[in-house]
Design a protein around this ligand. Sequence first.
Ligand SMILES: NC(=O)c1ccc[n+]([C@@H]2O[C@H](COP(=O)([O-])OP(=O)(O)OC[C@H]3O[C@@H](n4cnc5c(N)ncnc54)[C@H](OP(=O)(O)O)[C@@H]3O)[C@@H](O)[C@H]2O)c1
Length: 304
Amino acid sequence: MADQQRKDTGTDAGPGVGTVIVTGGTDGMGRALVLGRAARGDRVLAVGSNPAKGERLIAEAEDSGLGDRIGFLAADLSTIAGNQEVIEHVTAEYKSIDALVLAANRQFPERTETSDGLESTFALYYLSRYLLGHGLRSALAAGSNPVIVNIAGVGLTSGRIHWDDLQLQNRYRTITAQLQAGRANDLLGVAMAERFGRRVPYVLYHPGFTRSGDSAMERMNPLTRALIKTIARVAARPVEKAIAPVHEFIDSPPAVPLTAVDRGKPVSLDLETLSPSAARRLADATTELLADQPTHATRQDGSR
Ligand SMILES: NC(=O)c1ccc[n+]([C@@H]2O[C@H](COP(=O)([O-])OP(=O)(O)OC[C@H]3O[C@@H](n4cnc5c(N)ncnc54)[C@H](OP(=O)(O)O)[C@@H]3O)[C@@H](O)[C@H]2O)c1
């Protein structure tokens, strides 16, 4: 969204000229992007599940003179209903959007199920991104120069999709679930780009180990968290460095349907983890899974 191409896309646009939605916008990379986009003049909506973090973000935005550009929406993105709330809110509030940045994640030490009966990592880290990408595609297509940026782990080849056990009923481990969802996001990017990428380019972005927020690790045991934080102090990248490419993707969306970047380096689209046939297989499995969900099937609002 180059400055000269930005336009007032909503009924109550402030001084911002583009509209950006950021999930996981209350902490870490998402939060830095929310503040950074607002500082560049965009109108930004941050989504997170914890209203107290939203209030802190808004207070900071007001202190920095950005209060009129930043909104917060509390929604539990691990549930189908939470994603539908976001889709309904965004489509009601904005005529169009220019960028959707997907950055919400959380690690679950034990296997937990959402109110939809789905494994929580699958639901939050993968399915939410599927639902929002599909549900907001019309609003994005109406944007002047739109883009979807999915911040996950493209370029990694560890982990896999457990086709016979997507909900990890039999083999749950935190790392297994995170890696499966990471590989699922790779395939989501491939499938979305194939279907809609000519109008709304899709970017898969791996920021690398980043000294970001603590929200994703909130449920991990305190010793593990302390250890990771200690290692991060010396080995991880600062948030501003990790998100710099995301600003570039938003400022100048790629002209091709799919872009994959791992820490600043392009990832070959021929990588096995970006297999078009596997992407179609996962898209079909996800469609089937959603068809079995009463909360989804009863609300035909374009999010499928
Ligand atoms: N940090 C790294 O080293 C690293 C490395 C590779 C990839 N990544 C990826 O980069 C992205 C951003 O990571 P980060 O480290 O910046 O995250 P973070 O600072 O830990 O923040 C996570 C965000 O997700 C939100 N969130 C968690 N559960 C949610 C839910 N159920 N509904 C709505 N929002 C929810 C949190 O807000 P609430 O607590 O309010 O819900 C918070 O805003 C993630 O996708 C992560 O997998 C990170």
